[in-house]
Design a protein around this ligand. Structure first.
Ligand code: HEC
Length: 122
């Protein structure tokens, strides 16, 4: 069984990649990363009954908004929904006595070995 911290570390990676895919207007990659991120959060909620379900459900709205922005290929809506999702990450951390785990919009692109711009544009 994966440890919650490991599921979260993977979620962190997807959260970061999602941002860079959206920023590069690579909507196919953004949709993929969003699906991966969602899957991880669902898994966390299923495996760890101790985590407040309300905090997972709170994320449903921003996740839905992100999906809509990606579908509409709308960078501005994407950025706004991304901020709301990130607030949702932090509210759960605070609710679970982990207010020292603070997520934000990524500041530096750490995945130097992955191309985020749509295919053909490097
Ligand atoms: C439903 C509650 C909940 C939500 C929502 C949530 N987390 Fe977490 N997260 C936790 C808990 C609880 C821990 C502490 C796990 C532990 O103690 O091992 C944690 C830990 C983490 C860690 C630290 C992992 C480590 O071992 O260093 C990261 C990074 C993280 N979360 C990222 C995120 C991101 C990004 C999101 C939003 C996309 C998010 N979390 C949403 C509950 C949540």
């Amino acid at each position: 069984m994966p440890r919650l911290g490991d599921i979260m570390d993977t979620a962190q990676m997807r959260h970061t990649k999602l941002w860079y895919a959206g920023k590069a207007a690579n909507w196919a990659l953004a949709a993929f990363e969003l699906g991966q991120l969602k899957g991880g959060l669902v898994e966390a909620a299923q495996l760890y009954s101790g985590i407040p379900a309300s905090n997972v459900t709170t994320l449903a709205a921003p996740l839905q908004a992100l999906a809509g922005a990606i579908e509409a290929k709308d960078g501005r809506r994407f950025a706004k929904a991304y901020g709301e999702l990130t607030d949702g990450c932090n509210s759960c951390h605070a609710a679970m006595g982990r207010s020292f785990i603070v997520m934000r919009q990524p500041a530096d692109q750490p995945f130097g070995d992955q191309v985020f711009s749509p295919q053909g544009k490097r």
